[in-house]
Design a protein around this ligand. Structure first.
Ligand code: PHE
Length: 345
């Protein structure tokens, strides 16, 4: 046999022998470069074709070297890949007999507790719960509530605007106007509307640019301030204890007339005066009043026939007073250490 053909055949044997010693992917890569890559030994044999006398025999020997070695190389590649995967699976095996991570029961944010409790109280009294909307129009947040464009009270309720007409509502009172306009044939209303409100407030221990309110609205024939007072007294007792009393101080809101600020007797000192009530014996909890006849009229109710009362409570304020929370920001942080003591009754 021509020497050059023998050379091809022995290169084949040498390559297969070398391949059998390959242990890992790195070795396989080196093997490939040495024998099979474009500039490797086996393709390199072709450059000797000119020297071969029996070109057919030489060609056949080179081809079989290439096909055999390539096939064995592919085989080895798969074996190594499979071994690698198996090793990975073995190292990542999950031990199902290990005990799991304890799953701690969730807690209820005090803010939620207050809303749920107030809503329950008013549902028991036959109120319905209405969902207002966070994005309001100028008309519902202000104009229908007797706050025209140039009204000075708008200064205290600057908020986030989208164009001229849309804004993040500054008060849940906007839900009052929606409810009154929605009512067909102007029937009586007893509604409660919890939700968020937004104002350009500097965030500090007691203020946040976003907070929650609960709005109440009753409209019917013959509703008087006495109904408002009795309702809020019940509310104060339920929220702060049976012994609580309330006091109404006259105030001003454009959408109520007369308007009142409502104080509850201090539940910390029982009315004697302490740091919590700043020595006065009373703590302010909400704003309220008789629905302004101009609002009734703007929302389609005849003020000669109907009257009503409305109130708005700050949820965080009630939660802070009830649970002795010193900083409003704790309510929003959802830190489990803070939430731990709170749960559903
Ligand atoms: N909307 C008022 C506020 O945000 C509260 C309020 C509601 C007052 C309803 C009177 C009647 O301050």
């Amino acid at each position: 046999m021509e020497e050059i053909v023998t050379k091809a055949l022995s290169l084949r044997i040498e390559a297969l022998e070398a391949l059998s010693h390959v242990q890992d992917e790195k070795g396989l890569e080196e093997f490939y470069v040495q024998y099979l890559a474009k500039k490797g030994l086996i393709p390199g044999l072709m450059t000797l074709m000119r020297e071969a006398q029996d070109k057919a025999a030489f060609g056949a020997a080179v081809n079989s070297a290439r096909t055999d070695v390539t096939a064995k190389y592919e085989e080895k590649k798969q074996v190594l890949a499979k071994a690698k995967l198996e090793a990975k699976l073995a190292s990542e095996r999950i031990d199902l007999t290990l005990p799991g991570q304890p799953c701690l029961p969730g807690r209820v944010n005090p803010y939620r507790l207050v809303i749920d409790e107030v809503v329950d109280l008013f549902l028991d009294m036959g109120y319905e719960v209405c969902e207002g909307r966070d994005v309001e129009t100028d008309k519902f947040n202000f104009e229908l509530l007797n706050v025209p464009k140039d009204h000075p009270s708008r200064d205290m309720q600057d908020t986030f605007y989208f164009g001229d007409d849309y804004l993040l509502r500054t008060q849940t009172s906007a839900a009052q106007a929606h409810k009154m306009l929605e009512m067909e044939r102007k029937r009586p209303i007893r509604m409660i509307a919890p939700g968020k409100a937004y104002r350009r407030d500097d965030d500090d221990m007691t203020h946040s640019h976003q907070f929650a309110q609960i709005e109440g609205l009753v409209v019917d024939k013959g509703i008087s301030l006495a109904h408002l007072k009795a309702t809020l007294e019940l509310f104060a007792k339920k929220m702060f204890g049976e012994k609580r009393e309330i006091r109404l101080r006259s105030s001003y809101f454009p959408f109520t007339e007369p308007s009142v600020e409502v104080d509850v007797s201090c539940f910390n000192c029982g009315g004697k005066g302490c740091a919590m009530c700043k020595g006065t014996g009373w703590i302010e909890i909400l704003g309220a009043g008789m629905v302004n006849p101009r609002v009734l009229e703007a929302c389609g109710y005849d003020p000669e026939e109907y009257s009503g009362f409305a109130f708005g409570v700050g949820v965080e304020r009630v939660a802070m007073l009830r649970y002795g929370i010193d900083d409003i920001r704790r309510i929003y942080q959802n830190d489990f250490r803070f939430l731990k003591p709170f749960s559903i009754k």
